[in-house]
Write a protein that binds this ligand. Structure first.
Ligand SMILES: Nc1ncnc2c1ncn2[C@@H]1O[C@H](COP(=O)(O)OP(=O)(O)OP(=O)(O)O)[C@@H](O)[C@H]1O
Ligand SMILES: [Mg+2]
Length: 240
């Protein structure tokens, strides 16, 4: 009974997940529970497997061992398209916007059709009003920070129940990071969206996260709540 109750609050769970590229394992038995409605920060230095972990959740990389469950159902090996349809949103680190397309078309392409386009656009304008004023502007002419906000907006178009975000704060000014933090807080507050935030920016991550974990050489090295000692504990892992 206790286990069933606990399961009901788990949005996403990884159990002994191993995955990588060809014969090389990058993730080596990762186990992680993300609770319904929480913001969870996954930290770790360059090359530790953070992006690989998100891509494995999303089915873009196949797990060679272990199980992934989302909203109580096993999704190991499911296709990215099916997972996005099932409510998982993704703001990738390495997949740029369509630079020659307008803001509006970049947002529009996030949806399978135009039926819900007006309401979806209204929702993301609420987070980032500048998008509404510059719909026809080509994405490639936006500043770095504006492009990152557009990447978040694009991921929010499908009204995800679980949002995976990969190092969105990389290279951004503090004012832009603060706007993104506010948008994510508001998204969670208004829709209960669960957010898995991959980050190296400690202040941003701990400013919005409820819990954190550090990924080191493909395994979870440390984890805890975003309490008083979180900063120094994570910093130790990021520096060594
Ligand atoms: N397509 C690929 N083919 C082969 N190896 C890869 C590929 N992508 C990543 N790797 C390797 O897998 C390891 C983990 O990479 P990954 O991108 O998951 O790390 P990361 O934690 O996201 O790093 P960063 O913080 O720099 O984004 C690295 O050693 C990387 O070189
Ligand atoms: Mg990465």
């Amino acid at each position: 009974m206790a286990e069933a109750l606990q399961d009901a609050t788990v949005k996403l769970s990884l159990d002994g997940v191993t995955s990588g590229y060809g014969a090389i394992d990058v993730l080596r038995g990762v186990s992680l529970d993300i609770r319904e409605g929480e913001i969870f920060a996954l930290m770790g230095k360059n090359g530790m497997g953070k992006t690989t972990l998100l891509k494995t959740i999303l089915g873009a990389i196949r797990a060679s061992a272990g199980r992934i469950r989302y909203e109580g159902a096993e999704i190991t090996g499911a296709e990215p398209r099916a997972l996005i349809a099932a409510g998982i949103g993704y703001a990738p680190q390495d997949q740029p916007l369509f630079q020659d397309l307008s803001i509006r078309d970049n947002l529009r392409l996030a949806l399978p059709g135009d039926a819900h386009l007006p309401s979806a656009l209204e929702r993301v304008y609420g987070h980032f009003p500048f998008l509404a004023d510059r719909l026809a502007q080509k994405a490639g002419t936006l500043s770095g920070g504006e492009q990152k906000m557009l990447i978040i907006a694009r991921a929010l178009m499908t009204e995800p129940r679980l949002l995976l975000i990969d190092e969105i704060s990389e290279g951004l000014q503090p004012t832009v990071i603060a706007r993104i933090a506010e948008a994510l807080r508001e998204e969670r507050r208004s829709r209960g969206t669960t957010i898995l935030l991959v980050e190296q920016n400690l202040d941003f991550a701990l400013g919005i996260a409820d819990r954190w974990a550090v990924l080191k050489l493909g395994t979870i090295d440390d984890a805890g709540p975003a309490g008083a000692d979180a900063h120094s504990r994570i910093l130790r892992h990021l520096q060594i």
